[in-house]
Design a protein around this ligand. Structure first.
Ligand code: FES
Length: 73
């Protein structure tokens, strides 16, 4: 799916950057220029980036609960 029409950036492009170590949306914009044209895609691009970034770190429900479980131990 194309997320940024201005710079022809897809959700796969964003996921690839997230999985290869891109840690901030600013850095993503530096790499892909996503959201730096008309700006209409910024919110969607941020959502895709955060989702991809989370999956790159293998975030899931179990990990989200880890700190609570650690407190109970
Ligand atoms: S659609 Fe991404 S900057 Fe215009």
């Amino acid at each position: 799916m194309i997320v940024c029409v201005c710079h022809r950036v897809s959700d796969r492009d964003i996921a690839r950057e997230a999985h290869s170590g891109c840690r901030s949306f600013d850095q993503l914009q530096d790499e892909l220029r996503v959201g730096t044209g008309c700006g209409a895609c910024v919110e969607c691009a941020q959502e895709v980036f955060e989702s991809s970034h989370c999956s790159a770190r293998r975030c899931d429900i179990r990990q989200a609960r880890l700190p609570i479980e650690a407190l109970a131990a």
